[in-house]
Write a protein that binds this ligand. Structure first.
Ligand SMILES: Nc1ncnc2c1ncn2[C@@H]1O[C@H](COP(=O)(O)OP(=O)(O)OP(=O)(O)O)[C@@H](O)[C@H]1O
Ligand SMILES: [Mg+2]
Length: 600
């Protein structure tokens, strides 16, 4: 990753800038706030320039010289009033400017965050298989935060410094052109320095951001899988891994910091060098009466302002540059195609499907492992309303068939039709509404049990939830919790057992009342007794719809109308239990025999 960033460096600057500017679409809805804010910024920065001028003016007046401001004769008391009025004005303007920018940045970044999430959640499954979740979370959190910071603080400061810089230079050139000329001569040095350092700092900032993402990934993964870490007593290993990556972070960060420090040192040295030289020349000009002492003081004060803004620009520049790195990563996601965009745009309404399923010569391998074929020409048909079982050894491709049905992935060749229509031609959301999946591994959301069951049908009334829970045989343990359905599950609440989670997933499926039911080892975590209970519920649930069951326990699939036996990516046998079992040479027979001998 970092290598790629280095090799494509010169292009990235322009590209990155374009990306950053593209993000301004999020400022658009608040452009009135934004431009009024910019205007106030401009106003307060311009008015600020009165101060250095007035300091020089006061010195001349104090020395008894006549002085005017914009043609009006001035004395110290008038100037005092002027200063008070200006300060009060500055206070008001600053207040409104900060408030306006806050609206733009808070709302703008919230919009970015939402857009990012919206995009992220609609990306095709393969995206999630390719990227690590920790990295994505860090993108939504850190990168957006960086962009926020830029909108809110850096951008305004950057503009202010530029206004001060330009305004200051114009004033200097007008008042004391000779001195300004000397000062400006040192300018190219700043510019060249800033360019060189800026590029270097930018690269390091990007690297640092990436490595930081990696540390989060480790943190995330190990804390999520803390059971595995502890069970394997791999704490020391993980700590060492984390330490190693943190060492990398320190290295890159320190390089980043020293780049910035060097830049600051460079600016300060050149700045003061130029300043002292100019003061020395200025003193000689006062000596020969070419300028007044007041003019010199104004000049020095202005030069201070200009110098400070140049130094500030260096800092803000590097921050802007690192924010551009963040915008590039954010825009990369915003630009990707959603799974909805990636399909033929027929968007046929699916309505409630009957559930006549036909697989025709399906070849498939996962995009992340394109060279390993998982399905090699799978053809089978399922009658609407029938109960079908998929059997086969672990890794045979049973869950994969369900994933293809849900259109998590597309087949490489062949077609899947439901009710005579290629499933890709259906509107995707509409299509998926026909399914309920009880997955092999149930992961519940962090909310309440109620929310988790309602996931199947968000608008279901209370009575329906309880009925579903009763049917799924989970009402008993739910009602035993003091908070009942409102018991929080997961991180901040009760940890449920595998079997309990599975039953909640079944309740969710019951509530959904799907036309096609997918059960992937839906009862694998239950003990024999609960399984019998739940099986009853599942039998009821399967009654009026097409159901596809994957089960290792043959007891669960004995009743199936049709059994498909998968082996080596193909369907090798099909039929009812009795027929298949009768074939003593067949794979089904040997699988079944193994089971019964296990049980017996
Ligand atoms: N997301 C994935 N990316 C790459 N390969 C995958 C992915 N999921 C599964 N596979 C591979 O595809 C093959 C079939 O996997 P699948 O999950 O369909 O098996 P299964 O029949 O459901 O097995 P089990 O009974 O153990 O659940 C396996 O070799 C597996 O390694
Ligand atoms: Mg599986």
């Amino acid at each position: 990753m970092s290598q790629e960033a280095v090799t494509s460096k010169p292009k990235l600057t322009r590209e990155g800038l374009r990306e950053a500017l593209a993000l301004f679409q999020f400022v658009r809805p608040y452009r009135v706030h934004f431009f009024v804010g910019i205007f106030l910024l401009f106003l307060s920065s311009t008015v600020f320039m009165i101060f250095p001028y007035v300091v020089g003016l006061m010195l001349d007046i104090a020395q008894g010289k006549p002085a005017t401001l914009a043609g009006y004769p001035m004395d110290l008391s008038k100037i005092g009033v002027l200063l008070i009025v200006t300060l009060v004005f500055q206070g008001f303007v600053s207040y409104f400017r900060v408030t306006l920018f806050a609206v733009v940045s808070e709302r703008g970044t919230a919009d970015i965050r939402i857009a990012l999430y919206q995009k992220l959640i609609s990306l095709p499954m393969v995206f999630f298989e390719k990227s690590r979740v920790g990295e994505l979370v860090s993108r939504v959190a850190n990168d957006v935060d960086k962009i926020y910071n830029t909108f809110y603080f850096v951008l305004a400061e950057f503009l202010r410094q530029i206004i001060l810089l330009i305004g200051g230079i114009i004033f200097l050139a007008w008042q004391t052109p000779h001195l300004a000329g000397i000062m400006l001569a040192s300018f190219p040095i700043f510019v060249v320095g800033a360019m060189i350092f800026g590029r270097y700092i930018r690269k390091l900032s990007k690297e640092r951001q990436q490595i930081l993402g990696d540390t989060n990934t480790i943190l995330d993964e190990t804390l999520q899988a803390i059971n595995a870490v502890k069970a394997f007593a791999n704490e020391a290993f993980e700590i060492a891994r984390y330490r190693r990556i943190n060492d990398k972070v320190i290295n890159t960060s320190l390089k980043f910091a020293s780049g910035r420090a060097l830049f600051a040192a460079f600016i300060i040295t050149i700045l003061f060098g130029a300043l002292f030289f100019v003061i020395w020349t200025g003193m000689r000009m006062v000596e020969t009466n070419e300028i007044t002492a007041g003019q010199l003081v104004s000049f020095v004060t202005f030069t201070g302002v200009v110098g400070a803004s140049i130094a500030g620009l260096g800092n803000f520049y590097s921050e802007l540059v690192s924010a551009i790195g963040a915008t590039e990563r954010v825009r990369e996601i915003l630009r990707s195609d959603t799974e909805f965009a990636l399909r033929p745009q027929t968007n046929k309404a699916a309505g409630r499907l009957k559930g006549n399923i036909q697989f025709r010569d399906i070849h498939f391998s996962y995009p992340t492992r394109a060279d390993v074929p998982v399905l090699k020409g799978v053809t089978f048909g399922i009658q609407s309303g029938s109960k079908v079982a998929l059997v086969g050894q672990s890794g045979a491709g049973k869950s994969t068939i369900m994933q293809l049905l849900l259109q998590f992935h597309q087949a490489i060749s062949g077609s899947i039709e439901i009710d005579g229509v290629n499933i890709q031609d259906y509107d995707l959301s509409d299509y998926r509404h026909n399914f309920a999946l009880v997955p092999q591994e149930v992961i519940l959301f962090g909310g309440t049990i109620r929310e988790n069951i309602l996931y199947g049908k968000p608008d279901a009334p209370e009575a329906e939830i309880i009925e579903a829970a009763k049917q799924a045989k989970c009402w008993e343990f739910i009602s035993a919790f003091p908070e009942g359905l409102d018991t929080i599950v997961g991180e901040r609440g009760i940890r449920l057992s595998g079997g309990q989670r599975q039953r909640i997933a079944i309740a969710r499926a019951i509530l959904r009342n799907p036309s096609i039911l997918l059960l992937d080892e839906a009862t694998s975590s239950l003990d024999a007794e609960s399984e019998r209970d739940v099986q009853e519920a599942l039998n009821n649930l399967m009654e009026s719809r097409t159901s596809i069951i994957i089960a290792h326990r043959l007891a669960t699939i004995r009743e199936a109308d049709q059994i498909f036996v998968l082996d080596g990516g193909q369907i090798v046998e099909q039929g009812r239990h009795d027929e298949l079992y009768a074939n003593t040479e067949g794979l089904y027979h040997s699988l079944a025999k193994l089971q019964f001998s296990e049980v017996g």
